[in-house]
Design a protein around this ligand. Structure first.
Ligand SMILES: [Mg+2]
Length: 218
């Protein structure tokens, strides 16, 4: 288990299970506004408030053996508004609250950078920062994931766009305010506040956990 900043821009907690099944899919999750209330640049663990809506889906994912991977932009680090120690305290509190609900995150990646090289400019484009797919690609290497069968849930277009760019199977968007990612018929996006969306998420999780079918000989 790795814990701590690998470099100034990428922070890693986990994996809790060092070897997921080979070529497992994963359920990628945004953190702020998805797992917990979005309190910008939160440094105080007392401010962590769990969002309950996804908990049944997260428990279902665990039940079918799908690793849960959190990918979170934490530009407050480069902005100087939070430290990695602050971030770790918040992450630990979130982990405790999730554990009390029967949910264990397999791996958590956070990008503390905005610009490549961390120049402090506000125009974000670090390759690890969503909407870029860098954190998802790093997680795939760490857990030997099959991204093409994996899913992402987030509350911002950046989350879904990162999923599309990483080649995931599909995404689920919380809330309704944000209009979605570049059109791509290979990447479906479901709005979770629409009728039937929770069932669709559950079905997608079940399907993602299934090993890919090997074509039978003709
Ligand atoms: Mg968010």
């Amino acid at each position: 288990m790795i814990t701590g900043a690998m470099d100034r821009g990428l922070h890693v907690i986990g994996p809790v299970r060092p070897s997921a099944r080979p070529r497992s899919a994963a359920l990628f999750l945004d953190r702020d506004g998805t797992l917990m209330l979005d309190r910008a640049y939160l440094a105080d663990p007392a401010g962590v408030e769990l969002m309950p809506d996804l908990l049944p889906a997260l428990r279902h994912a665990m039940g079918v053996g799908l690793p849960l991977v959190v990918v979170t932009n934490q530009s407050g680090v480069e902005r100087g508004l939070i430290t990695w120690a602050d971030y770790e305290a918040v992450a630990a509190r979130l982990s405790d609250l999730l554990a009390a609900q029967g949910v264990q995150i397999t791996l958590t990646l956070a990008c503390g950078w905005l610009k490549p090289g961390g120049t402090g400019e506000t125009n974000a484009d670090h390759p690890l920062r969503k909407p870029n797919p860098g954190m998802l690609a790093e997680a795939a290497k760490m857990l030997d994931l099959d991204l093409s069968r994996s899913l992402i849930i987030g509350d911002r277009w950046r989350d879904l766009e990162a999923g599309r760019r990483a080649g995931l199977a599909q995404g689920f968007l919380l809330g309704s305010a944000e209009v979605v990612v570049s059109a791509n018929r290979d990447f479906a996006v479901t709005l979770l506040n629409t009728p039937g969306a929770s069932d669709r998420l559950r079905d997608a999780i079940t399907a993602a956990a299934r090993p890919p079918q090997i074509a039978a000989d003709p």
